[in-house]
Design a protein around this ligand. Structure first.
Ligand code: GLA
Length: 457
């Protein structure tokens, strides 16, 4: 008996010591629906099953959304063995029943807990029960765990989340591990080894200021994102009523540019045609889900007018023009220049040093003083003047549009790509541009974006 115990303990210690995150998951940013933004604690078995049904019937499943995640308040207690107890009034058949139903629709099932002793709604957290909970989640059939940071007091974030990662690995069921530590200990610096996505900020609220403030905080984080590990600027508010339709389009576009997880947070039974048009914009979703897994970087920043670029596989790219001001703007866009720029990501060692190539804020040509003053009806010079543009491009793109010659990864030099190599598609108008000149004025309402895909001919 003693010998048997020793073997069990040894196996446990061995597995934990070799534990890692499940590395075949979240190769593209996870997509799905989460209960928190709309329903808060008002969750139940009926609600979750209805949302799962809706996700199938409204086309979201076909568009790539596949996780149904129950956030806080499904749990109510621990029993005498320390086992987590679901709220029996809200989940009378238990969690496995809900998971089985979600799976029967071809979807995946997610659940929530916290690394501290209690969750944010003061339900029992995971602290001290990590291995037990991980086994329970595996038994339920959980595919995704959002793990919050409430109740954590003096805990160390990295070791707490690593402990839960090890517990999940030991339990043996592949589970996407969503770290929700609000960016407090710079999780992007350590979470790549621990989880598949990590929140970078506090909670989003359903208003423009909250959304754009969170977006602005993602700027320096592009190099930490890539297949298997994503910056998470929080869940979507599209359809919850606190922003205009234009603002929701901007919210969704920016999240797609950032290669963010796309977790819808609205009532799927009450979607307007406008909500549907946004959440089901497959051309935008394809930007988010591009297999290269690059997060967009800011190419130019004129304050409330910015140009963001996300390099896509096959040397394609998405360009997003953002008018975050309260005024409409008319901006002159130089498509020939945009054809040559690209974002920098993990494969290239991240952001180049400030002032060096790469379109990092402060890089030459990244911001042109006096450009894009906007103002109603007043054309702003938002495309780079040709001379500065040429200088900016050659500074930041050795072998413009292609791989840097002899650069990281040893990719061969490719011929520079120019506008002739692309057709340019407007991803909200769903049509290709007819460019008579290489530059064109584009009208932008307040708080709006234009998103273009440069598609190789
Ligand atoms: C925290 C998280 C939110 C949500 C709530 C639930 O605030 O950041 O996303 O999970 O807890 O209580």
């Amino acid at each position: 008996m003693k010998k048997y115990m020793f073997l069990v303990v040894a196996a446990f210690v061995f597995t934990s010591a070799n534990a890692q995150k499940f590395d075949q998951l979240a190769k593209t940013p996870p997509m799905g629906w989460n209960s928190w933004n709309k329903f808060g604690c008002n969750v139940s078995e009926t609600l979750i099953m209805q949302m799962a049904d809706e996700m199938v019937s409204n086309g979201m499943k076909d568009a790539g959304y596949d996780y149904i995640v129950i956030d806080d308040c499904w749990q109510i207690d621990r029993d005498e063995n320390g086992e987590i107890v679901p709220d029996k009034e809200r989940f009378p058949h238990g969690m496995k029943y809900v998971a089985d139903y979600v799976h029967s629709l071809g979807l995946k099932f997610g659940i929530y807990s916290s690394a501290g002793a209690v969750t944010c709604q003061r339900r029992p957290g995971g602290f001290g029960h990590e291995y037990q909970d991980a086994r329970t989640y595996a038994r339920y059939g959980v595919d995704y765990l959002k793990y919050d940071w409430c109740g954590s007091t003096t805990q160390n974030a990295q070791s707490s989340y690593t402990n839960m990662r090890n517990a999940l690995f030991t339990a043996g069921r592949p589970i996407v591990f969503s770290i929700c530590e609000w960016g407090s200990s710079k999780p992007w610096e350590w979470a790549g080894e621990v989880g598949h996505l990590w929140r970078t900020t506090g909670d989003i609220s359903d208003n423009w200021n909250s959304m754009i403030d969170i977006f602005n905080k993602q700027r320096e984080l592009a190099r930490y994102a890539g297949p298997g590990g994503w910056n998470d600027p929080d869940m979507l508010e599209v359809g919850n009523g606190g922003m205009t339709n234009e603002e929701y389009k901007t919210h969704f576009s920016l999240w797609c540019m950032l290669a963010s997880p796309l977790m819808a947070g609205n009532d799927l039974q009450k979607m307007t045609p406008e909500n549907r048009e946004i959440l089901l914009n497959k051309e935008l979703i394809a930007i988010d889900q591009d297999s290269l897994g690059r997060q967009a970087t800011c190419y130019r920043d004129n304050g409330d007018y910015q140009i963001w670029v996300k390099t896509l596989s096959n040397n394609e790219k998405a360009i997003c023009l953002l008018n975050s001001s309260d005024e409409k703007k008319s901006v002159l866009v130089d498509f020939a220049l945009l054809a040559q720029i690209r974002s920098f990501g993990r494969r290239f060692g991240g952001f180049p040093p400030a002032g060096g190539p790469g379109g990092a804020p402060g890089a030459p040509g990244a911001a042109v003083p006096g450009g894009a003053q906007g103002g109603a009806g007043r054309p702003a010079s938002a495309g780079l003047p040709a001379a500065q543009g040429a200088q900016g491009v050659s500074a930041r793109t050795p072998g413009a549009g292609g791989m840097p010659a002899g650069g990281p990864g040893g990719q061969p030099r490719m011929a520079p790509l120019t506008l002739d190599n692309y057709r340019v598609r407007d991803l909200w108008e769903h049509k290709d541009l007819t460019l008579k000149e290489t530059s064109m004025y584009v009208d932008m309402p307040p708080h709006s974006v234009k998103v273009y895909r440069f598609i190789r001919k």
